[in-house]
Design a protein around this ligand. Structure first.
Ligand code: SF4
Length: 452
């Protein structure tokens, strides 16, 4: 009998968190609540009697991943059906209005949607046959700094989800349907959570939501993202970084550009999905911004924020995307030379307006366009990286491997962007920022040594 079992926990939970960092925060909140309600955690499913999967349903590949995870959990439970329980939580339940997963996996003991995150411990204790499916049509849950949360990332990384849901209603996107209307936390709640994270070893705070540039719009206290950054930037702490994820070009005010440029801890890094540049597609996708305004914003951002690194994403194969539209996108990427770039192929999401648009593009063609753009970006990335050789950069160390320390520059978000390897240097402290000199460059990786 393990030590944990001898202490009689309410249950021993094995966790699987799928999808984006926004979903990870929900997993962290559920984990905090479970631990504070007497449940134990394990990294080994064989030691567990509860298998909890927080699912993602954003696009077909995410749903396939959720299905695979469910199948693994099913096989796990079949080994000891009377002793083991499966809990499926999160976006998949919100997305699956027809309850097809529920029909496909009757072995699952509890289904919970987004609004049940704060009730997870109670629902787990109260599982009853026939009362095991909980889903609110329009989620409203928003965590705050008072809800226990157990960070599951590297100790120096803290994701701060400042809002949930989205009101933008891009015509191809299922997220507003899955996560509900946009709702912001109060500024003080986020600042208080940031302070706690800094007092508990965090050195990089990642500000995120579905669209952080709408932060505060739904509230009456006149606070906005710039005001929030100002407050967090003023917190006492070590040499910490603030990184901005998921902004929207249609509402990126000059004030925010000035704030990023002026604040000490806010990195000159902006994640801003643009999705396309063809005026026709920007319009049909309901992106609320024109081609000219996108270019104008980029000019102002580059001018206003020295050494800015922009990460963006584009979608190929949007309904109606012609060869001419695709060429515009290709030329735009070549012209702008974004520091970081991701490309997705469009897939029609049920119940979204774009799924019913005419001129759907064959998936194979959309995928071929993804490959073409990523090939272009690889060349841009290699060229830009080579220009960094010999230059000095602050690098935050994430972990130490046998071959050396692995970290990132300000241009790189964890698990999304590039890495820097400090070869044969193992006596560094993860979470600390070091002065380095870049010695070699590959397409998506840099090599560096410590600055003398
Ligand atoms: S802004 Fe992002 S999350 Fe919101 S609807 Fe558009 S693509 Fe979806």
């Amino acid at each position: 009998m393990s030590e944990s079992q001898s202490l009689n926990p309410e249950g021993i939970v094995y966790l699987v968190s799928l999808g984006c960092p926004k979903n990870l925060v929900d997993t962290e909140v559920m984990t905090g609540l479970l631990v504070s309600n007497g449940f134990f955690l394990t990294m080994d499913p064989d030691q567990a009697d509860i298998y909890l999967i927080n699912t993602c349903a954003f696009i077909p590949s995410a749903r396939s991943e959720s299905t695979e995870a469910l199948e693994e959990a099913q096989a796990w439970k079949e080994e000891a059906p009377d002793e083991r329980k499966i809990i499926i939580a999160g976006c998949l339940i919100q997305w699956d209005k027809q309850e097809s997963y529920r029909k496909q996996f009757p072995i699952v003991d509890l289904w919970t949607g987004v609004d049940q995150v704060p009730d997870i411990a109670r629902l787990l204790k109260e599982i009853k046959p026939g009362l095991n499916y909980h889903r609110n049509e329009t989620p409203t849950f928003l965590y705050d700094e008072k809800i226990p949360r157990l960070r599951l990332t590297l100790p120096h990384i803290a994701y701060l989800k400042i809002a949930d849901g989205c009101d933008n209603r891009c015509s191809y996107c299922a997220i507003p349907d899955i996560r509900g209307d946009m709702r912001s936390r109060s500024l003080q709640s986020v600042v208080s959570e940031a302070e706690t994270a800094l007092n508990n070893d965090a050195t990089e705070l990642l500000i995120m939501a579905q669209d952080i540039t709408t932060f505060g719009d739904d509230r009456e206290d006149n606070e906005d993202l710039s005001a929030l950054l100002l407050e967090i930037d003023n917190l006492k702490g070590k040499n910490f970084w603030i990184r901005l994820l998921y902004t929207h070009p249609a509402h990126f005010p000059q004030k925010l550009i000035d704030t990023i440029a002026a604040r000490k801890h806010v990195l000159p890094y902006v994640d801003m999905p643009m999705q396309h540049i063809s005026a026709k597609l920007l319009n049909s996708m309901h992106r609320r911004i024109s081609e000219a305004d996108t270019r104008n914003l980029l000019r102002r951002m580059r001018k206003g924020i020295p050494n800015l690194a922009i990460r963006t994403t584009f979608i190929t194969g949007l309904p109606g995307e012609t060869e001419e539209d695709f060429k515009m996108l290709k030329d735009f990427i070549i012209e702008q030379e974004f520091e970081r770039l991701g490309v997705f192929s469009y897939s029609p999401e049920p119940d979204t307006p774009a799924a019913g648009f005419p001129d759907q593009v064959p998936h194979a063609l959309a995928e071929a366009r993804v490959a073409e753009l990523m090939e272009i970006q690889a060349k841009i990335s290699l060229k830009k990286n080579k220009l960094l050789v010999g230059r000095e950069f602050d690098v935050i160390v994430d972990f130490i491997e046998e071959f050396g320390a692995v970290g990132r520059t300000y241009m790189d978000a964890p698990e999304i962007d590039n890495v820097v390897v400090l070869e044969n240097i193992c006596d560094l402290t993860p979470g600390q920022v070091y002065k380095t000199v870049i010695t070699d460059a590959d397409t998506y990786e840099l090599t560096a040594g410590l600055k003398d």
